[in-house]
Design a protein around this ligand. Sequence first.
Ligand code: NAD
Ligand code: ZN
Length: 363
Amino acid sequence: RELTVDLGERSYPIYIGEGLLSEASSYFQRHGISKRSPLMIITNDEIAAHYLAPLQTELEAGGYRVHSAIIPAGENSKSLDMLGELVGEALEAGLDRKSAIVALGGGVVGDLAGFVAASYMRGIKFVQLPTTILAHDSSVGGKVAVNHPLAKNIIGAFHQPEFVLYDLYTLQTLPLREVKAGLSEVVKHGLIWDAEFVDWCEKHANDLLALSPDALGYALHKGCGVKAVVVSQDETEQGLRAILNLGHTIGHALEAVAGYNELLHGEAISIGMVGSARLAMKFGAPSQVYEQTKRTLAKLGLPVVLPEKYDVDKVMSAMMHDKKFAEGTMVFVLPTAIGKVEIRRDIPVDWVREVLEQLKLED
Ligand code: NAD
Ligand code: ZN
């Protein structure tokens, strides 16, 4: 499967299929990645154990000079310190303006490696080789960043990749909890844009959880497709792109309260999407929207209620710090139907609190 992220001069393709990494060098060649300058693959220790050696061998067999940088797994690697270290490695490996940075991994590796590519020598080429389901989201759209101790993703850039090569085989080793969390963003892409796809996700939940390559290929194609269309209409987040934040106002607050290691991003936004659908009912959205949202996420093994231990006051105050809060009312992306959302800036704070209380009582 193939699709294009349409960004004029910066347009690029996303290839999705089984075993694509074993033909990586032909894709690199096709996209004009230079063989005269060295490449740097950035990956983490867990992913390297499965996929780095074969990839490096394949690229070298194709005539590429390859340096590999292996970082520790986990969100903590998305730091300025790590950026500095990787720039050091790039210099030592002799990367120049014609070199490319290759991200082999999930969103952490992709965001970090992308920011290395955006900043090294004021920007060099960048290739995304996603290995998580969540990365169908993070690898499309060109947002790259590292974290600051005071705020996530606060130091970053827009830097589009040359291409995205999504090898479905790599997903076979992904821990089940990460599979589910990634599917949460897949469902989000359906909920904001494509009602039929939400039906499909509900119907094929078990195939997805069983990592059926056909089901995964279809779902990632659809999910990337929605992200690509939204991003191509609003590359630098002036307007439309905000709809991608469905479930994220509550989700980010839950992550902040829970601590980033306890609740995965996809789990937090699953609860957030159910909350948004509840909130939407107060503005007249049919209850069927809420019910299908909840049912679909639950079938994918995602949390759809707010665990008792999360203090509603703490979640509320975390949300107030979120940048989507403005002038006494709150800003939310709310579903109006399955596959359709609106951005509302007039949400009474009390209504949000009420919904959080309700989210605790559901089962
Ligand atoms: P991740 O990159 O940390 O990967 C999750 C875990 O799975 C890690 O422990 C990793 O080592 C392991 N793993 C990855 N691929 C594997 C494989 N094939 N087999 C076995 N284990 C594997 O997390 P993620 O969920 O992919 O990404 C989260 C990050 O993405 C966050 O930092 C978030 O801010 C970022 N993000 C960015 C954007 C964007 O637009 N740039 C969008 C959404 C999320
Ligand atoms: Zn997200």
